[in-house]
Design a protein around this ligand. Sequence first.
Ligand code: GRF
Length: 207
Amino acid sequence: MLKLAVLVSGGGTNLQAILDSIRDGRIMNAKVAAVISNNHGAYALERAKQAGVPAVCISPKEYSSRTEFNQALLDAVNSYAVDLIVLAGFLVVLPETMIEQYENRIINIHPSLIPSFCGTGYYGLKVHEAALARGVKVTGATVHFVDKGTDTGPILLQKAVEVEAQDTPETLQRRVMEQAEWKLLPQAVDLIANGRVQVKEGNVIIK
Ligand code: GRF
C-alpha cells in the first residue's frame, strides 16, 4: 500500500480528484496518509477533514525564519512515514533537504505542457494568461517528478487541451483542470502505486 502525503495551498480540487479516485477504485493500492498545507485558509484542508484524512497546516508566518519553517515542514512530512509526496497546487518552494531525502518520490502537477509556460513565476492563472498571450492553440497539464529546479524534473504524464477562441484565463484554467489535471494526477499516483514507473537517467519509463 503506497502511503501519500498531499501538499496543498488552495482549493484542493486536485486533492479531491485523488480522494475520489481512491474511493472509486481508479487508484489501487494507495492511501492518503496526510494532507499538509502552508495556508490555514486552504479549502483543501476542509476536503481532507470531510474525507477523514489527517490534515495539518504548517504556515511560514508562524516561524521566525525560512530555515525553521523548512525544518517544520520536513518534520511534518516525515512524521507520517509516507512513500510519495504529491504537490497538488502547493505554492511553497520545497526545502532542498526534502528533495534530497525524497529523491524521485515527489510529484507535481503543473497546468501547462512543460517546457512551455513553466518555471519561476508561472503558477495558477498566470500560466493560462501567458498561454493566451502567446496565442497557443493547444495547452494542457504535466505531472513530473520534482528535482531542485522549478518544474524541471523528469516528466511522467502529459495531456493536451484545446484552447478555444473565447477563452479567458479562468475558462482555460477550468478546462485544463477538468480535462487534464484531474485525470493525470490520479493516473500518475495509480501507476506509481502499482510499480509501473521507473526513473532512469532523468527519463521516466512506464512499464
Ligand atoms: C491549479 O491551477 C493547478 O493547476 C495548480 O494549482 C492550482 C490549484 O489547484 N497546480 P487545486 O484546486 O488547489 O488542486
